[in-house]
Design a binder for this molecule. Structure first.
Ligand code: ADP
Ligand code: ZN
Ligand code: ZN
Length: 752
């Protein structure tokens, strides 16, 4: 049976994308029809000719046959970027599960009429000599915000105003005062164009070393031969990956094409942004998640008009509407943030590779701790593996010590800090060097429970325990991190009435308190979900620490990513194994990454560093290999486990979840779906597909919605898509009658 009808969006630049119209395909066009094609159709009462895009194909009409008009013809002389993105959306829908509308919404920029945003730049308005004098003066007065801005200006000459505001955390008052003093000048973009050429960059870019050059030359050769590969660049932190990216981009730009660079927002630091700005000038634009729809759309227009050639941003920057995309780079490719939480739950890596395939572009993935998935592909020869083994500036990697917490207990140490770590902290404080204390705890929360009856206080709407927060006030609260529910903390058990109720688990607050007690003279900063709640909370704390306003920074995973503090010479990792024992298959991978990143924070400047890993499980291979910074050994162990238990990346795993307010209905529906799925597999007597469940996920209820899941595992991705598509068809009818939602998550990256 051949396709007879298509859904069409008319004229994408004016119409909302949810307005689709159905048309019939005339026989002569049947074999040419595909999603993303631009077609001409009769439209409206007068049947005026309009163009549109095919976004769906089907065999049966949803309308009266005599009311449907025919597609007039296919427009073949251009392949607009919309067509490419619609094709990509169709692939995402098919692979990850969603409606076509949800997929289109993900790849298409929001249409908004907006005032173009004025781009401003901060310029050093005095000579370098005068600037250096003023810097000394600011330092003497401990005017740290001014120091930050002037310091950066002396290095870079000029800085985009946005960047100074967001990443250097400079407030309006500081800009105003420095402008009044005549130290800086703020100019709008038009004035800047001429200014840029007249001001040379104040620091030089490094020459590539031999290892970097080898890679860049290989890329060039492949690219010029039209051999568009996916490369996995495995290089320790500081090995010069970013330099390799920039030179690869040069090749692509010279060929008249464009590049997208994905960097997790948290790793998009001031220094990184400036390196790209310095290398590419006006050709580069930065997207971020704080942008309004209007700002984003404005950027998209500049991209479409060809005003920029390089886009840097988080996951969604992948859909930048470049007409002639030549390269996609994904830095820190192992990061969880590359997997979308929204439907379709796409992974940016897989989607980038797909987009590159459509447009004949290359892909470079980079990481110090590659995802198991990518390294596996490289081992299979699907990706080309590149390695950079040394730091570019020949800095030494830090020394790592493992401390067995069981020994500490035996020797009567009841503190959370081992004797060795205490000794090192004291020594660093003495030497006026800085310390980071990292708490490996995903929940980073303390729950409240009764010591008499064991009752744990739970959220009434979610199946999770409430978290204790005291905010240094007299009235502590219990908060749900999933739905925001709050209640006052009452010091009496709701179940048995006992007053022996209190908080458990060790949050960052308690760590901070214990440290302060041990080292009363130390200045301590804490970074966690509480202290960063305000806008720019992260930046405020990090700049304060960088400015030397504290000796110790205590925090969760937030403190281990992306930031360089040259004066940090000691990193303490408490309870390194806590995240190892969570129930998901990625626990080992995540722990290895966290430990490696945390260790990498020590000794980033002139001074060499020490890392202390405290654990109850010192022989655990993940802890061992992380301490030795031995990725290959870690990989070998971990992949063996994935093979044995049929987990990704060896097997593809799909979570099918049903949610709804009525528990019985949810349970009924999930069983019905599993049965359908089993029958699909049985009818093909297919032993290569495994179905597991149904079962309750770790969190069985969120925001009053019950959740039930089952898993499908197979090595054959096409088979997986086929099964999922058939279930989607089946559930169309289910959804009409039941108050439930069904969604799919392919190769999930968090716990269900
Ligand atoms: P990565 O992205 O792998 O963490 P970077 O590209 O950020 O590494 O480089 C780390 C530091 O080393 C940066 O300060 C960079 O300027 C410097 N660097 C990179 N390549 C070289 C080189 N060939 N010679 C000297 N310094 C270099
Ligand atoms: Zn009780
Ligand atoms: Zn809740």
């Amino acid at each position: 049976m051949s396709a007879k009808y298509v859904d069409i969006i008319i004229d994408i630049s004016h119409e909302a994308i949810d307005r689709v119209f159905e048309y019939r395909i005339p026989e002569k066009l049947e074999e040419h029809i595909q999603i993303g094609l631009k077609v001409e159709v009769p439209f409206g009462k007068g049947n005026s000719r309009r163009t549109g895009y095919i976004v769906g194909i089907h065999y049966q009409s949803k309308w009266d046959a005599d009311k449907i008009k025919d597609v007039h013809g296919i427009i073949t002389n251009e392949v607009p970027v919309e067509a490419e993105l619609i094709r990509l959306a169709a692939w995402m829908r098919d692979t990850y599960g969603s409606t076509m509308y949800q997929a289109l919404q993900t790849v298409m920029p929001v249409k908004k009429v907006i005032r173009p945003v004025e781009k401003k730049v901060v310029i050093l308005a005095v000579t370098e000599e005068e600037g250096a004098l003023r810097l000394l003066e600011y330092r003497r007065k401990k005017n740290t915000a001014k120091v930050r801005l002037l310091d950066a200006l002396l290095e870079h000459g000029e800085i985009p105003w946005n960047l100074a505001k967001d990443k250097l955390n400079i407030g309006n008052a500081t800009f105003d005062r420095m402008a009044e003093e005549g130290t800086i000048e703020i100019r709008s973009c038009l004035q800047v164009r001429s200014a840029i050429s007249s001001r040379r960059m104040l620091t030089k870019e490094p020459e590539l070393n031999e290892d970097q050059q080898t890679l860049v030359r290989e890329f060039e050769a492949d690219y010029q031969n039209g051999d568009y590969k996916t490369y996995l660049l495995h290089g320790v932190t500081g090995s010069g990956k970013t330099e390799v990216y920039m030179h690869a981009i040069d090749t692509v730009i010279h060929a008249g094409r464009q590049a997208i660079v994905l960097i997790p927002e948290i790793a998009l630091t001031f220094q990184t942004v400036m390196r790209f700005e310095r290398h590419f000038g006006e050709r580069v634009t930065i997207l971020n998640s704080k942008m309004s729809d209007g700002e984003r759309y404005d950027q998209y227009r500049r991209i479409q008009n060809g005003e920029v050639s390089i886009v840097i941003g988080p996951r969604s920057a992948l859909f930048a509407p470049f007409m002639n995309l030549g390269l996609i780079i994904i830095d820190e490719e192992h990061e969880n943030s590359y997997k979308s939480d929204n439907i379709p739950k796409y992974h940016a890596r897989e989607t980038a590779i797909k987009r590159a395939e459509f447009t004949h572009a290359s892909v470079i993935l980079g990481s110090a701790t590659p995802s198991l998935a990518s390294y596996y592909e490289a081992q299979q020869g699907v990706y080309r593996l590149w390695e950079l083994k040394d730091r570019a500036n020949k800095q030494e990697l830090p020394k790592v010590e493992i401390i067995d917490l069981r020994d500490e207990l035996q020797h009567g140490n009841r503190s959370r800090f081992s004797y060795r770590l205490q000794e090192l902290i004291a020594e660093r404080l003495e030497k006026k060097q800085q310390i980071m204390i990292f708490m490996n705890r995903r929940g980073y929360s303390s729950f409240v429970s009764c010591r008499n009856c064991g009752e744990v206080v739970q959220c009434p709407h979610c199946q999770v325990s409430l978290t204790y927060h005291d905010h240094n006030t007299a009235s502590p609260k219990l908060i749900c991190h999933y739905c925001g529910y709050e209640e006052p903390f009452v010091k009496q058990c709701r179940k048995c009435g006992s007053k022996l109720i209190g908080k458990f688990g060790s949050g960052t607050q308690q760590i901070e308190a214990e440290l302060q007690e041990m080292y009363p003279q130390a200045r301590i900063l804490r970074m966690d979900a509480d202290t960063t709640r305000q806008k720019h909370g992260h930046e405020t704390i990090l700049s304060a620490f960088a400015d030397g306003k504290a000796d110790i920074l205590v925090g969760t995973q937030m403190i281990v990513k992306g930031h360089d503090f040259p004066n940090v010479t000691l990193v303490g990792i408490l309870a390194a194994d806590l995240s190892l024992h969570s129930q998901d298959y990625m626990a080992g991978e995540r722990t290895f990454d966290l430990l490696t990143q945390a260790a990498g924070r020590a000794g980033r400047g002139e001074l060499s560093g020490t890392v202390v890993i405290q654990t109850y499980d010192p022989e655990h291979p993940v802890i061992q290999t992380a301490a030795e910074q031995d990725y290959h050994c870690f990989y070998d162990n971990e992949i063996a486990y994935r093979i044995a238990l049929k987990y990704p990346p060896v097997y593809h795993m799909m979570v099918v979840m049903v949610t709804g307010e009525d528990k019985t209905e949810v349970e009924h529906s999930i069983r019905e779906l599993v049965d359908v799925c089993r029958q699909l597999v049985l009818s093909e007597s297919d032993r290569s597909v495994h179905i597991i469940g149904p079962t309750a996920p770790v969190i069985g209820k969120i925001k009053d919605m019950y959740r039930r899941i089952f898993y499908i595992k197979t090595t054959d991705i096409e088979k997986m898509k086929g099964i999922k598509n058939q279930m989607e068809n089946y559930s169309e009818s289910m959804r009409a009658t039941d108050h439930i939602r069904i969604f799919y998550d392919l190769n999930p990256m968090n716990i269900y």
